[in-house]
Design a protein around this ligand. Structure first.
Ligand code: FPP
Length: 238
């Protein structure tokens, strides 16, 4: 058992890694409820797990990882919860700003609509993207105010504005956010749905589900998902 854990802790432990991993961070509310805490406490614990898991993705050498942090539908949540989430994004970015080593060698990028997000947060997002642009490790995409349908609709509108009368798959791929095809999507908390996440990029994604709630998700859970991914026989429809 010790040998097995040791092997997983080595960067080269996986014969194949997803080039692009997507993670739906779900279960924060239930985690908080189980402890009679406000939902914001669940999100706070979830934000710490995000820090741990993004660092591990970097250590393992995963090229791209996208975390679903706030969907276009999440605005419907109580203002208090929305504010708590925005503050967590801000805290993370302020922390990264004061000490760029917090981001390691990761490149931070955002996908989603800018409209609706405060100017203060937008400035920090832009700054984090700029400051980490030369980093050569994992690209960590944070999907904030993101919706897969909205992404496709705005891509099509952009193409129409450019005078396109009909569009090809390649046109859409080129016009959406510059996120590569997603190889593996991890969703904890027992839910087995995509929830408008990376709709276009997930056409041939593998899925990995677990009952563990996101604030309880560990590096070992990530390793389990990656071990499972290694065994998948991907045929891409062929
Ligand atoms: C869904 O779980 C989760 C969210 C809507 C927010 C996810 C955001 C974080 C974990 C914070 C990320 C922070 C940074 C700095 C990137 P839920 O609250 O809907 O859970 P439930 O289904 O149990 O109610």
């Amino acid at each position: 058992m010790a040998l097995f854990s040791k092997k997983l802790n080595e960067q080269s432990a996986f014969s194949v890694l997803p080039k692009h991993l997507g993670i739906i961070m779900d279960g924060n509310g239930r985690w908080a409820k189980k402890r009679a805490l406000p939902r914001s406490a669940g999100h706070k614990a979830g934000a710490n797990v995000f820090r741990t898991i993004s660092k591990e993705c970097e250590r393992l050498g995963i090229e791209y990882v996208t975390f679903y942090a706030f969907s276009t539908e999440n605005w419907k949540r109580p203002k208090e919860e929305v504010d708590a989430l925005m503050n967590l994004f801000m805290d993370y970015l302020l922390e990264a700003k004061s000490d760029m080593s917090k981001a390691g060698n990761s490149k931070i990028k955002f996908i989603g609509e800018r409209e609706g997000i405060s100017q203060q947060l937008l400035s920090l997002m832009d700054e984090a993207e700029r400051e980490t642009a030369s980093h050569t490790g994992t690209t960590v995409y944070l999907a904030v105010n993101y919706g897969g349908r909205q992404e496709i609709v705005s891509a099509v509108n952009k193409l129409m504005e450019q005078g396109c009368k009909s569009v090809t798959e390649k046109d859409i791929s080129d016009a959406i956010y510059t996120v590569p095809e997603c190889d593996l999507i991890i969703r904890p908390s027992g839910e087995q749905r995509l929830s408008n996440f990376l709709l276009w990029q997930a056409a041939y994604s593998e899925f990995w589900y677990s009952d563990v709630l996101w604030p309880d998700f560990t590096v070992d859970d990530l390793h389990s998902a990656l071990l499972d991914f290694e065994k998948r026989n991907r045929r891409f429809g062929a």
